[in-house]
Design a binder for this molecule. Structure first.
Ligand code: FUB
Length: 463
């Protein structure tokens, strides 16, 4: 494990070297390594399902799938692990949780999960986008060839669903209405299929992402490795024939891989993918420690897509504000440095029968040391401010300085945290703050020595 002070120093040097500034937004998740973005818009929220590179990964070391949500495209709330290889009793639980996709149908949520090494593509189902996800069939949904990775799913206007996947060929199969069984044969897509000795205009590699928009069918994908860019094709039906239309993002040696996830949300379009910036800030060697990025996408009038530069550090613009007068989970983050998140379980205490009953699981911000900070963007203080409440479990104590609009901007207030080794015992601390109005970015800057405390949520009040 790299020492935190060294990590922070290298991170700052890394930020300078990679051209990132402290106003960076990309990569959008800094507390874990994430890859293979699978965004889903459901009601007013973006649900971003991701694969998860372990902190000590050299090659692919991936055990579970994560979920983040946002309603403003800049502040992302961490929901932790939503599914893992352990949910499939028929596979190796240790490694191989590759690129998933989730789709909603008739109020149920279906997660398609590939496992490499000819293990196939499994399916999980849940009644809520937050899970719990369960394996309804107890076996792979698709087990066809060594190409079986990277599923993407589309439900056509006539209700017919299609599952596509594959590296280095694109395959598809029709799904039944139940979304957990197939209808008919597996087909190797004839337009994108690689034919030895023939030209390959698509430069298709893997990571397909299918969608329909304004009557056009689209297939974006990671282009020939390595490095991978993001290419796309358009078609007149859900099964093509596909016509290569160009690159959404050229390959770039700064990112060995890339993997598209594309949505429309609140009147704008977005493409997600990944880079290696965070991992490279601590170690320059190539390891599979990836980080999801996002850019705004623009369609031309004829449905084609404008090419984007490589992931810009600024990311995308905020499209809504954050309400500070309701509890905000501390793991709602626009950008952070030095922090992690983890699930903590609180157990019943003073129980004469010692049943060890679980009271609650909470996801908290952890690994908090002197100088770390988290930023939230676009906090709407229309009612003004008088007090700030925070939910904290102290380890060594310390303080939180609340800065506005910059990490060293004006201080709105300071929360003093006392107490030692409180474990999972969270307490609410109420501190006076100056009055502020309008929309501001907030920086929670942590001061003290090391292992200061765990941070669960915060909330402002105007009286
Ligand atoms: O994350 C594991 C694999 O790397 C994915 O399945 C591919 O698309 C590539 O991103």
């Amino acid at each position: 494990m790299i020492k935190k002070t060294v990590l922070k120093y290298t991170l700052n040097i890394g930020l300078m070297l990679t051209g990132l500034s402290l106003s960076a937004q990309n990569p959008i998740i800094q507390t874990k390594f994430t890859a293979d973005p699978a965004p889903m818009v459901y009601k007013d929220t973006v649900f971003l399902y991701t694969s998860h590179d372990e902190n000590d990964a050299f090659g692919f070391k991936m055990k579970d799938w994560l979920l983040y949500t946002s309603t403003d495209m800049v502040n992302w709330t961490d929901h932790g692990v939503v599914a893992s290889l352990k949910d499939f009793k028929w596979t190796d639980p240790e490694n191989g949780a590759w690129a998933p996709q989730v789709i909603e149908r008739d109020g149920k949520f279906y997660m398609y999960c590939p496992m490499p090494g000819q293990r196939g593509i499994g399916v999980l189902v849940a009644d809520s986008p937050y899970g719990p996800f369960k394996d309804p069939i107890g076996k792979p949904l698709v087990k066809n060839s060594s190409d079986d990775i990277d599923p993407t799913v589309l439900i056509n206007d006539d209700g017919q669903a299609y599952l596509y996947w594959g590296n280095p060929n694109l395959w598809y199969v029709k799904l039944n209405k139940d979304m957990i069984s197939v209808d008919g044969p597996v087909v190797k897509d004839p337009s994108i299929a690689k034919v030895k000795g023939s030209p390959d205009p698509f430069h298709y590699q893997e990571g397909p992402w299918a969608w329909k928009r304004n009557g056009n069918y689209y297939m974006a994908y990671a282009s020939t490795c390595c490095p991978e860019g993001i290419g796309y094709a358009m078609g007149k039906s859900a099964t093509g024939p596909w016509e290569y239309k160009g690159m959404i993002m050229d390959s770039d040696k700064r990112s060995n891989g890339n993997h598209p996830g594309i949505i429309d949300y609140k009147g704008k379009s977005y493409v997600f993918g990944f880079n290696y910036n965070l991992g490279k800030q601590t170690i320059s060697k190539h390891y599979e420690r990836r980080s999801i990025c996002v850019s705004e996408l623009t369609y031309n009038a004829d449905g084609t897509i404008q090419k984007l530069p490589f992931w810009n550090p600024e990311g995308v613009k905020r499209i809504a504000t954050l309400n500070p007068y309701e509890k905000v989970e501390a793991e709602t983050i626009a950008y952070s440095e030095g922090l992690k998140t983890e699930k903590m379980t609180e157990w019943e205490r003073n129980n004469p029968y010692d049943t060890g009953k679980k009271i609650t699981d909470r996801l908290v911000v952890s690994s908090i040391n002197n100088g770390d900070y988290l930023k939230v963007q676009g906090v709407d203080f229309s009612k003004g401010t008088k007090f700030l409440e925070v939910s904290i479990a102290s380890m060594n104590g310390g303080s939180i300085e609340i800065h506005t609009d910059a990490v060293d901007g004006p201080i709105l207030g300071t929360v003093q945290v006392t107490g030692k080794a409180e474990g999972d015992l969270f307490k609410t601390i109420k501190s006076p703050v100056k009055n502020i109005k309008g929309v501001h970015d907030l920086y929670f800057v942590f001061k003290g020595s090391k292992d200061l405390f765990y941070f669960d949520w915060w909330k402002f009040s105007a009286s």
